[in-house]
Design a protein around this ligand. Structure first.
Ligand code: ZN
Ligand code: ZN
Length: 363
């Protein structure tokens, strides 16, 4: 539980659960990955106490009145944004902008309530999921049924990092075959961007990260070239690798304004730079020449959770994994118990490994 900005998470035993109410699903959480957004919340969000964890997989324990898409015993993935399907944004197929799906930022269910309670006070639900808990309650549309019996320890990554990374390639940027792609930052999200670019049949995938282990993982997962930005000038390296042309698509999977500017610099005329990582809220973006952007028709695209419609894209990503196109196993470095969750948080802070997963029930 997140109790104070900058403090480690505390493991507590006396949290009670409310629900499932009408339209809600009670889930026994099996595994939950640790994502960068969890750490950002720990470091900056004064909305406490809060149960974090939003890359979660589990088994349905109980359903509320009116729930029809899942039943007790179903294997499910949870997603921070469950599109309602009927609002203006959903009708425009901008599912991550769903007017009723954006409540995840408030740490509550869409109705403003939270399913967790401690000492008679509400406990916020991190990014609308609350996956670092033995049980959680979500709206039906934030729950996606998957095939029974598959490894929840492996597929939980799809809940956030893989949706975000692969989705940014296929849905936001719509990378076309034969393109050149630059991926900056090779954690769980960046490596998912690399895999998305491979699935989209990009011809050249240049992957950049200061950590050697991550660069070699990128090569295994589909990158054609890797660059260590601490040893090389990344702009020069990208220009050299593209024979001075630049790339069709540049992805910032870190959430860093300098890298976004770099993406705009090294993308070709007509190319796109995609913001996939979440930059700090007060960070400004600077670019030396607006005229250059106008003349070159370069595009800057924001991508939230890979612009995914979770109900459609999660099953699609499971298919990619089952058919061998998406490698999830090589993205998981460590699995920790809930008691050791702060070790996993520290790994993420230290860029030690790629993705850590927390075993909650792990049955
Ligand atoms: Zn996340
Ligand atoms: Zn909607």
């Amino acid at each position: 539980m997140h109790t104070e900005i900058g403090k480690p998470l505390s493991v507590v035993n006396d949290v009670n659960l409310i629900g499932p109410k009408e339209g809600q699903v009670l889930i026994k959480t099996e595994y939950c990955g640790i994502c960068h957004s969890d750490v950002s919340v720990m470091d900056s969000l004064d909305l406490t106490p809060m149960i974090l964890g939003h890359e979660a997989a589990g088994i349905v324990e109980e359903i509320g009145v009116g729930v029809s898409s899942v039943s007790k015993g179903d294997f499910v993935l949870m997603t921070p944004i469950g599109p309602c399907g009927i609002c203006e944004m959903c009708n425009l197929e901008r599912y991550t902008l769903c007017e009723r799906g954006q409540t995840f930022v408030f740490g509550t269910l869409p109705d403003g309530s939270t399913p967790f309670i401690k000492d008679e006070s509400p406990v916020y639900q991190g990014l609308g999921v609350g996956g670092f808990a033995e049980y959680t309650v979500l709206e039906e549309r934030n729950v996606v049924r998957i095939e029974k019996g598959i490894s929840l320890e492996t597929v939980c990554l799809i809940g956030c990092g893989v949706q975000t990374g692969v989705g940014s390639v296929l849905n936001t940027a719509k990378v076309i075959p034969g393109s050149t792609v630059l991926v900056m930052g090779l954690g769980g999200v960046g490596l998912s961007v690399v895999q998305g670019a491979r699935i989209a049949k990009a011809e050249k995938i240049i992957a950049s990260d200061p950590v050697e282990e991550r660069r070699s993982a990128a090569l295994k997962l589909g990158a054609t070239n890797v660059v260590d930005p601490s040893d090389n000038n990344l702009v020069n390296a990208v220009m050299e690798l593209t024979m001075g042309k630049g790339v069709d698509y540049a992805f910032d999977a870190v959430g860093n304004s300098e890298l976004i500017t770099l993406g705009l610099t090294v993308s070709k005329a007509g190319g796109s730079t995609v913001i996939v990582g979440a930059p700090p809220p007060d960070e400004e973006l600077k670019f030396p020449s607006s005229l250059h952007l106008m003349m070159s028709e370069k595009r800057l695209l924001g991508s939230l959770l890979g612009s995914c419609n979770a109900q459609v894209d999660i099953p699609r990503l499971i298919d990619y994994w089952q058919s061998g196109q998406l490698d999830l196993r090589n993205m998981i470095s460590q699995t920790y118990s809930l008691e050791d969750i702060n070790l996993g948080i520290q790994d993420l802070r230290d860029s030690n490994g790629i993705r850590s997963v927390i075993k909650i029930h792990g049955s």
